[in-house]
Design a protein around this ligand. Structure first.
Ligand code: ADP
Ligand code: MG
Length: 480
């Protein structure tokens, strides 16, 4: 029996975060109603001419820099000719043999903690097509999206497993959002992936015939589609069959890929330089300006969070993959919260409340200021960790300030050692049988005693002082 291995290359289309379309002044996605954000260029009216949106190019260059690419000083737009109802011009303006960015790499962390690097072959700029909806027997066309700027990011065929592909995608997704290139909204199709996949016998020199599965808009679907396709192709070739070069779709309802069309070759598109557009020149000066304006990217963020701020690699990764949460975390640290404490309150407690109630980060009401205040109330001893946790869901759901709650409810941790000792003595008297058990060697009842003492203090005794004082009192009783 021979062994097979898979080869995977990914193409990502990501929507550039511009206010206007890439070759006209029509707005991007302002209208929920179909066909309102349409202008003569996107509609392919005779005589209309495209003009390059500088901001779109700048964002694509940022994508290139974030992916460690070379930026081509002179690149060109080409027409990719094909007929589709949602592409009124009959061709898509794209780039072909002279893409804006080329020869880069993305480094990413695998779930097992090791790092991998994948080569980026090219990043080119193109316009999106409209959207067709098939309803009953007819097809409805919405051109709101036609002409919206996209960056297409193409990897080398260097990945081998579905988890590796999905880790790369998550990292690319986070990188593009941190770099301000795209909002990365997966549900709206602003970050979508085509996967290319082939199998070959281990040790074979040539790649096997590849299949492309188009338009996957979730990381889970990418992994599932790859798993399915690898098994299908291995089944075919190990049974003596052959893989056909084709484009397939993904049916998430049944978890299978299905054949859509035999793959067309580049020749079929009759690519040629678009005569309506001049060559795209990127001056050294402009490129330097863009380079200087690049924010910190995941690699650097990861280093800072782990090496300087003492977070675990898992915590750092969670923040990196959720840029909104990452900004919130950094804001609390900037306002003075100790990083590790802030991280744990955000990831464990805030994450917990959001998970339990099903609200999104954008719906929660805890401000960075409130979190800093809460942490400083704990650090100053006004609140115990327990008391703070008890208040926490109200801060998140109602947006109250911690100090206001502490005042209006008269909350104040009890830090008076003598008072706590009195509570302890009293509680031990009331729980004499448990105390005797403890003294005769049954040490696991200790936690129960602590619980009773906290309860007797109505939850406000400082847990540290309770522990210290209780241990001292117990060891005295043992000795006597
Ligand atoms: P196309 O224009 O047909 O999409 P490209 O040359 O742009 O073709 O390649 C698309 C993707 O296919 C790239 O991500 C590349 O890494 C990947 N790829 C190329 N050959 C193979 C192969 N044999 N198996 C898997 N992926 C491949
Ligand atoms: Mg392709």
């Amino acid at each position: 029996m021979s062994l097979y291995e898979a080869t995977i290359g990914l193409e990502v289309h990501c929507q550039l975060l511009t206010k206007k379309k890439i070759f006209s002044n029509a707005p991007v996605a302002r209208s929920k109603e179909p066909n309102l954000d349409v202008d003569v260029v996107a509609a392919g009216m005779p005589g209309s001419l495209p003009v390059i949106n500088r901001r779109a190019i700048e964002l694509a260059i940022r994508a290139g820099l974030a992916c460690n690419c070379q930026i081509r000083p002179v690149s060109r737009f080409a027409r990719k000719n094909y007929f589709y109802p949602d592409l009124p011009k009959g061709y898509q303006i794209s780039q072909f043999d002279e893409p804006l960015c080329f020869d880069g790499f993305v480094e990413f962390r695998l779930p097992n903690g090791s790092f991998r690097r994948v080569g980026i072959e090219r990043i080119h700029v193109e316009e999106d097509a409209g959207k067709s909806s098939h309803l009953g027997g007819s097809t409805l066309v919405d051109l709101n999206r036609a002409g919206v700027g996209l960056a297409e990011i193409v990897t080398r065929p260097e990945m081998k497993t579905p988890p590796e592909a999905s880790a790369y995608l998550k990292s690319l997704h986070a990188t593009l959002i941190h770099a301000g290139v795209s909002d990365g909204n997966l549900e709206e199709g602003n970050f979508r992936c085509d996967v290319n996949i082939s199998v070959r016998q281990v040790g074979a020199k040539e790649f096997g015939t590849r299949v492309e599965v188009k338009n996957l808009n979730s990381f889970r679907f990418v992994e599932k589609a790859l798993e399915y396709e690898i098994a299908r192709q291995i089944g075919l070739v190990s049974g003596g069959g052959r893989v056909v070069r084709e484009t397939r779709g993904w049916d998430s309802a049944v978890g299978k890929t299905y054949s859509q069309r035999l793959k067309e070759e580049a020749d079929d598109y009759r690519y040629f330089p678009d005569p309506d557009l001049p060559p795209l020149r990127v001056s050294a000066e402009w490129l330097n300006k863009i380079r200087a304006s690049m924010p910190e990217l995941p690699d650097q963020i990861r280093k800072r969070f782990c090496d300087e701020w003492g977070l675990s690699p898992e915590e750092a990764e969670t923040f990196i993959q959720d840029p909104e949460l990452c900004a919130f975390f950094q804001h609390t640290v900037k306002l003075g919260a100790p990083a590790r404490m802030a991280s744990s309150w955000i990831l464990t407690e805030l994450g917990g409340v959001m998970g339990r109630t099903g609200i999104k980060f954008s719906q929660q009401k805890l401000s960075a200021e409130s979190l800093v205040e809460l942490i400083s109330l704990i650090e100053s001893g006004t609140l115990s960790g327990r008391m703070a946790k008890d208040l926490f869901s109200e801060l998140v759901l109602e947006g109250h300030r911690p100090r206001d709650l502490v005042e209006s409810r008269g909350l104040q941790q009890l830090n008076d050692t003598a008072a706590i000792q009195a509570i302890i003595e009293n509680t031990l008297k009331e729980n004499d049988s448990t105390l005797q058990e403890y003294l005769s060697g049954k040490e696991k009842v200790y936690g129960y005693l602590v619980g009773q003492i906290m309860k007797a203090s109505k939850g406000i005794a400082s847990p540290e002082i309770v522990n210290q004082a209780l241990k001292a009192i117990l060891s005295k009783k043992k000795g006597s």
